[in-house]
Design a binder for this molecule. Structure first.
Ligand code: PLP
Length: 442
């Protein structure tokens, strides 16, 4: 049997793939051709259990007909409307519905097309906010080591993944970083939030002393860091960050591109943790991943600070051709209906204990050096191979794919974030397939 039938039918050379080892992939492609519910189908007809909700986004599962129907109807009725100085009703309806599930006071919503755009939008709003209030010197942005905030220049600059930054030379000036919160020595195999490390938030005090609070516009963090291998915040960490930001007049931006829309057991991690952010960035689950879209939730006071000057003036010189695109709105509204009808935005809290048990059952396997989880996010971290970091993680990811399971490899951490429609049996199957792959990679 031909191992890669599609590669004979399609020329793979023209498409320059994102964040992919193109030559390696095209030598041995991994292609999906269909998806329904919890499963993908590969080009050679195999079913693959989706343990990653696509890429942290397909929270309501695959192939939801209501969303497809809504998008189809919308395209026939109103395919596009210019978003600058013109509008269409659906974007207002969608914003109203989103505000209804948002943390308190975060009811001003700016639409984008991706997580990266949401992040850069949030950073620009933060700087513009301080300027509007008469503090134009507040331009410095603070991110965190190992943070991922997308790939545009703003998000890349506040991002804390060295390899993602190194290729691109000069990034934004006036950026600094907090230390990351991973602490294997003290916190390995924590279930839920780790005990140790809240004091790492205090480094913000040192950055304030170094740069001056009056130069700092915002701190941006993922409430639970996702892309570098699921790092739940230490107990008390986010509270300390919030109180330091408040003390120094710094805006706190939560990047909820992954944690938004039910991943942590409530609609947003800000709600789960009971922390009031000033700006919250989302994408992915906002449309169940089916139409590219993002939404930036802004505290009313931040928004209102910019609503000044002559009424004819554009208050924020920012926006995208596809901000609030009719198809995104139609998809997003249909997704909110599904989330509400099936109570998916809180289902993660019910599923979390059985998910936690399933992932921690892998603890005794060879080379497993940490397992961590929160809500429906988890990572199993493996010791790197002697040949270098990332090899073992990649090997396990490919092995799982061949054995019928989609996982993500973040270096040597295997990340899981199943759709919120998952059942307990799915978690057991995930652990079984992943466990065998880990053994084979020993
Ligand atoms: N922010 C976070 C926390 C993310 O996890 C991601 C993507 O995974 C992004 C931003 C970037 O989103 P996008 O790939 O849609 O631009």
């Amino acid at each position: 049997m031909n191992e890669h039938p599609t590669s004979n039918l399609h020329d793979l050379s023209q498409h320059w793939m994102p964040f992919t080892a193109n030559r390696q992939f095209k030598d041995a492609p991994r292609l999906f051709t269909a998806a329904h519910g919890m499963h993908y189908t590969t080009d050679d007809g195999r079913r693959v259990l989706d343990a990653t909700a696509g890429m942290w986004c397909v929270n309501a599962g695959h192939g939801r007909e209501e969303i497809a129907d809504a998008v189809h109807r919308q395209l026939l009725e109103l395919d596009f409307a210019p978003p600058f100085q013109m509008g269409h009703p659906l974007s207002f309806d969608w914003a109203t519905r989103l505000a209804g599930i948002a943390p308190e006071g975060m009811d001003r919503i700016f639409f984008t097309n991706s997580g990266s755009e949401s992040v850069d939008t949030a950073l620009k709003i933060a700087i513009a906010y301080h300027r509007a209030r008469g503090e134009p010197g507040r331009v410095r942005l603070i991110g965190r080591e190992r943070g991922y905030h997308g790939v545009n220049f703003g998000g890349m600059s506040v991002g804390g993944i060295g390899v993602n930054r190194r290729q691109f030379g000069q990034l934004l000036p006036a950026v600094d970083h907090l230390p990351h919160t991973q602490d294997l020595a003290r916190n390995a195999f924590s279930r839920g939030l780790p005990e140790h490390g809240a004091e790492k938030a205090d480094v913000l005090e040192a950055l304030v002393a170094l740069h001056g609070a009056d130069t700092i516009a915002a701190v941006i963090v993922e409430p639970v860091a996702g892309s570098t291998g699921v790092l739940p915040p230490p107990k008390g960490y986010l509270e300390r960050l919030r109180s330091l930001c408040t003390k120094h007049g710094i805006l706190l931006i939560f990047d909820e591109v992954i944690t938004g829309f039910g991943r942590t057991g409530t609609p947003f991690a800000a709600t789960t943790f009971g922390i009031a952010a000033d700006i919250l960035t989302t994408a992915k689950g906002v449309t169940n991943g089916v139409v590219p879209a993002g939404a930036v939730f802004v505290q009313r006071a931040v928004h209102d600070a910019l609503m000044q000057g002559p009424e004819s003036a554009v208050e924020l010189l920012h926006g995208y051709t596809y901000s609030g695109h009719p198809t995104a709105c139609a998809a997003g509204l249909a997704v909110l209906d599904i989330y509400a009808r099936e109570a998916l935005l809180t289902r993660g809290a019910e599923l979390a204990p059985s998910f936690e048990d399933a992932v921690h059952s892998l603890r005794e396997l060879p080379n497993v050096i940490d397992i961590r989880n929160f809500g429906l996010m988890a990572a199993i971290e493996l010791a790197p191979r002697a040949e270098g970091p990332g090899r073992r993680g990649y090997e396990v990811m490919v092995d799982c794919f061949r054995s019928g399971l989609l996982v993500r490899a973040a270096g040597d951490a295997i990340a899981l974030s199943p759709p919120l429609i998952a059942e307990r049996e799915h978690f057991e199957e995930m652990a079984a397939i992943l466990g065998e792959a880990i053994k084979r990679a020993s």
